[in-house]
Every structure is written in structure tokens, then in C-alpha cells.
Design a protein around this ligand. Structure first.
Ligand code: GLP
Length: 254
């Protein structure tokens, strides 16, 4: 079942309320965090709501999905920079509890192993936020990635580099590789919230609806998970079978 909202602001309000409920129930919860344009309204709304409510976020642990290889946390297109800008610097988090893969490590293999182990050691992810690439990638798990993969280094597909080049000054500045949580790490979360917005993702969603479970479309791995919410705006849902789309009654202020 797909949950369809009028727009990305409504999805953000819904997810912000859900995140706050989790934190109220479990102040030391581990969250799996994502980057990308899709998540910006979600973090903006969460920051606004937490500032208003005064909810304590200092016990929260987080693990980000991915990071570009070769970019430092000071690079404006690194995901570490993104997280600082949109979330971490906005609320009184404990920086020691916030984790991203290190794009500058020289011990790539060791770092990846340690990252997956640290997620498991934190007690596991209570809620994993996810976006999706137009080719169906989650994190940076590109088509063909095995579903049992743990954190690893990936060569980025030309499609993904092209999609993400809008954030860089030139195509040749887009990194060629990245570190990403594996699909098995993602599936180990107790709950997953996939957010998909925009008309350019409508065909990706149609492929999800109509296709089987296949590494050719990595996010179809989510069909194997028992607790996934798929949250779409009207544009991303525009090609889906209406009988599979639910439109939740919205009970919170925009
Ligand atoms: C990026 C990230 C993904 C993200 C996806 C969609 O490459 N690695 O984690 O979900 O692409 O990004 P956007 O939300 O900007 O469409």
C-alpha cells in the first residue's frame, strides 16, 4: 500500500510527528538518516517542530546511509556537510552519537566493516529514512547490488552521477565512488520510511509496483521487509494503481 500526500510539506509533517513519537518513547533510539533533496523538507519540519516542543534530542544516535569517497566534511557537497547544515547544527544533538561514513578514510575496507558493526552494536536502527534514486538505488546501492550486502564502497553509475551533478559546478567534480550502507544493513532496521517526491520518480514507482523483487531495481528489496511505509506526493504517485494508494487524513497543522 502507498501513502499519498498532497505535497512534500505534508509528508514532512507526518514524518516529523512520527520521529518525535519514536524519540519520546525511546530517547536513545538509533535513527538511520538519508540525504538528498527529498529529505530537506523533512529535516526542516522536524527542526521547526522540535524547537517548538523542546523535545530532548541529545540521546539520539544516528547513522547516515552514505558518503562520497574523497570529499571532506567541509566540502559543501559532502553528505556530512549536508547533515550539519540541515539537521545537526540546528538542534542540541550530541555530536559523538552522530555517525557518517568517512569519505577520506585510507582504510576503506576496515572502515566499512566497522560501520556495519557499529550500527548493530548501537542496538539496531529504530527507523530508517530512505529516498530513492531514479534508477531505484537506495543509499548508493546501485542496480545489481546483492541484497545481503553490508557497508561497502561502490562505483557510482553514470545515471546517478548525472542526477547528482546538479549539486556540483561541473560533471567532472562529481565523485566516482561512495561508501554506502549495504542493503542488508538497511533491511535490518525495525521500520523503514521511504519518501518519494516529484514527477521524475513516477516511472521508478511504477516499476516498483509492477515488478518483482530484483537487484536490478534495488529498492524492491523493501518488499521483503515487514514494516515499510512508502510516502509519496501526488506527482510521484501519478502512474500508480489508485486502488493501491491510500490518502491519509491529515490531522496536524501545516
Ligand atoms: C542520492 C543519495 C540517496 C538519495 C537519492 C535521491 O544519490 N545517495 O540516498 O536517496 O540519491 O536523491 P534526491 O532526494 O535528491 O532525489
Amino acid at each position: 500500500m502507498f501513502l499519498v500526500f498532497p505535497d512534500s510539506a505534508a509528508i514532512a509533517a507526518h514524518l516529523s510527528a512520527h520521529l518525535q513519537n519514536i524519540i519520546r518513547q525511546e530517547p536513545n533510539a538509533t535513527l538511520g538518516l538519508a540525504t538528498g533533496g527529498t529529505m530537506e523538507p523533512v529535516y526542516a519540519r522536524f527542526v521547526q517542530d522540535v524547537r517548538a516542543s523542546g523535545l530532548d534530542v541529545s540521546g539520539i544516535n544516528s547513522f547516515n546511509l552514505d558518503e562520497y569517497v574523497g570529499l571532506s566534511a567541509q566540502h559543501e557537497q559532502s553528505y556530512a556537510y549536508y547533515m550539519q547544515q540541515h539537521l545537526f547544527s540546528q538542534l542540541p544533538f550530541d555530536p559523538a552519537r552522530l555517525h557518517l561514513p568517512n569519505g577520506l578514510t585510507t582504510e576503506l575496507e576496515q572502515h566499512c566493516k566497522a560501520y556495519s558493526a557499529a550500527i548493530a552494536a548501537s542496538g539496531g536502527v529504530a527507523l530508517q529514512l530512505l529516498g530513492v534514486g531514479t534508477n531505484g538505488h537506495i543509499g548508493f546501492n546501485e542496480p545489481g547490488t546483492p541484497f545481503d550486502s553490508l557497508t561497502h564502497v561502490v562505483a557510482l553509475s553514470e545515471r546517478t552521477r548525472l542526477d547528482n551533478s546538479r549539486f556540483f559546478d561541473a560533471m567532472d567534480e562529481v565523485p566516482a565512488s561512495a561508501i554506502t550502507m549495504g542493503i542488508a544493513d538497511i533491511l535490518s532496521a525495525r521500520e523503514i520510511a521511504l519518501v518519494v517526491t516529484g514527477e521524475h520518480k513516477a516511472r521508478t514507482m511504477l516499476n516498483y509496483q509492477d515488478g518483482g523483487i530484483t537487484p536490478d531495481l534495488p529498492f524492491t528489496a523493501l518488499k521483503q521487509h515487514a514494516n515499510v511505509q512508502i510516502l509519496l506526493d501526488e506527482a510521484a504517485a501519478s502512474l500508480l494503481d489508485p486502488s493501491l494508494c491510500q490518502r491519509p487524513v491529515i490531522s496536524y497543522a501545516a
